[in-house]
Design a protein around this ligand. Structure first.
Ligand code: NAD
Length: 439
């Protein structure tokens, strides 16, 4: 199949490379000339494990091309994916659909022969109808079908998720479009990944319902963590105790500094707006968004407590800036409000992230960026783990103690055992567990 992927960001680039790997003939389009030029030089615009090699192999095999020429790519394609961004609209939290609708207009102008247009971007229910209307208005003569095919990949494990999905959701009632979609995903279908055909609106809503549910699970355990701290219980054990129940499941029960990233914050907000617009308010999701928003900044209070209520003039080292490990994505990362709150309380902040520093620098003022975890801890009165990168899981506490002003560790990801850290003479604060004073 000939595929055009409009938008070569996290989703477009990974999906395009994986479809090419399945044997399809893929052209990834982006309007950002710099991005396309960089990819053609072999430089990936994002950090995603395995992506450089996957792109290189499929380019060498002649199945994967990159261009800024949208009309050329669309004309030649059987299937055109829209994988552009749908950020929160400034001011009201609705999804900003201007990139999707602009792409639809550009695609319409170049359609040639029956073409399936597939929305992979996360879009509110009813967007497919509007994409269809835009294209029909511009090209009453065109033969096309508009399909919703939301993407569920996770940054940091994107290639694996794309190639081994729990399910593929295809929203379309058009028989020809369903055939094209089955052909596109045939290798996965043969691999027994469930392919779920639904109506278009249902598919659009499945994506938001999935993200809102996972965000709710995270927020639930975070609130239980707060209670556990007050009553002397351990949230890690509570998570295990409830997660072993098959009806609940163990995933997304890790207490921490609140969810961030390019999807959950904006998607929960957009779903809330959709609910309000349709007179079906989603009170649980509204609360989840509000609780999570307040939580990120509130994490600074843990640092304050660990330093006996005084941060002014003290140095705090922050380990991990990206919203999760194995990505360089800084969108809505919990590190951002946390660092601002630390600075507001008068702290000087040093920071280190294994891959996210370049993305983080423009977003953070008055932060000293360091070359590694130990440089970050130099002269610090507290070290805060914000992102659970592998390399932070085996810190040399003896060394840290010699370079820090006082040995205080605030572990917002619960990656250490309290007794273990205390043995090295550290004050240790984590999430949903009793704080530990140095032994
Ligand atoms: N990032 C994720 O983990 C993830 C997972 C699932 C779904 N999604 C959804 O997928 C969509 C894309 O997300 P992303 O993170 O890949 O975004 P992104 O910002 O990384 O990439 C979007 C790309 O689209 C390009 N673009 C915009 N308009 C264009 C046009 N008219 N023609 C050509 N290129 C154009 C931009 O230049 C940019 O490179 C969003 O709706 C998002 O919610 C993202």
């Amino acid at each position: 199949m000939r595929v055009a992927m409009i938008g070569t960001g996290y989703v477009g680039l990974v999906s395009g490379a994986c479809f090419a790997d399945f044997g399809h003939d893929v052209t990834c389009v982006d309007k950002d000339k710099g991005k396309i030029a960089a990819i053609e030089r072999g430089e990936m615009p994002i950090y995603e494990p395995g992506l450089t090699d996957l792109v290189a192999a499929n380019r060498r095999a002649g199945r994967l091309k990159f261009t800024t020429d949208l009309p050329g790519a669309v004309k030649a394609a059987d299937a055109v994916f829209i994988a552009v961004g749908t950020p929160s609209r400034r001011g009201d939290g609705h999804a900003d659909l201007s990139f999707v609708y602009d792409a639809a207009r550009e695609i319409a102008a170049s359609l040639d022969g029956f073409t399936v247009i597939i929305t992979k971007s996360t879009v509110p229910v009813g967007t497919g109808d509007e994409v269809e209307r835009i294209i029909r208005e511009a090209r009453p003569d065109a033969q096309f079908a508009v399909v919703s095919n939301p993407e569920f990949l996770r940054e940091g494990a994107a290639i694996r998720d794309f190639k081994l999905p729990d399910r593929i959701v295809v929203g379309s009632e058009d028989a020809r479009a369903r055939e094209v979609m089955t052909e596109l995903y045939r290798p996965l279908y043969l691999n027994r990944s469930a392919i779920l055909f639904t109506g278009r609106r249902t598919a659009e809503l499945i994506k938001y319902a999935a993200n809102a549910f996972l965000a709710t699970k995270i927020t639930f355990i975070n609130e239980i963590a707060d209670l556990a701290e007050k009553v002397g219980a351990d949230v890690q054990e509570i998570a295990r105790g409830i997660g072993l129940d098959n009806r609940i499941g163990s995933k997304f029960l890790h207490a921490g500094p609140g969810f961030g990233g390019s999807c959950f914050p904006k998607d929960t907000l957009a779903l809330v707006k959709t609910g309000q617009d349709h007179g079906a308010p989603l009170r649980i999701v509204e609360t989840v968004a509000a609780v999570n928003d307040a939580r990120k900044r509130a994490m600074a209070r843990k640092v304050l407590t660990a330093l006996d209520g005084e941060l002014r003039g003290k140095t705090v080292g922050v380990l991990g800036l990206t919203f999760k490990p194995n990505t360089d994505d800084m969108r809505d990362s919990p590190s951002l409000p946390l660092i601002t709150a630390l600075q507001d309380m008068g702290a000087k902040v040093r920071a280190f992230d294994p891959v996210g520093m370049e993305q983080a620098k423009p977003l953070l003022a008055n932060v000293t960026f360091c070359d590694d975890a130990y440089a970050c801890a130099e002269g610090a009165s507290a070290l805060v783990i914000v992102t659970e990168w592998e390399q932070f899981r085996a810190l040399d506490f003896k060394r840290l103690k010699t370079i820090m002003v006082c040995p205080v560790l605030v572990d917002l990801r619960n990656i250490y055992r309290p007794e273990e850290v205390a043995r090295y003479g550290f004050v240790y604060e984590s999430v949903g567990r009793a704080s530990v004073k140095a032994k």
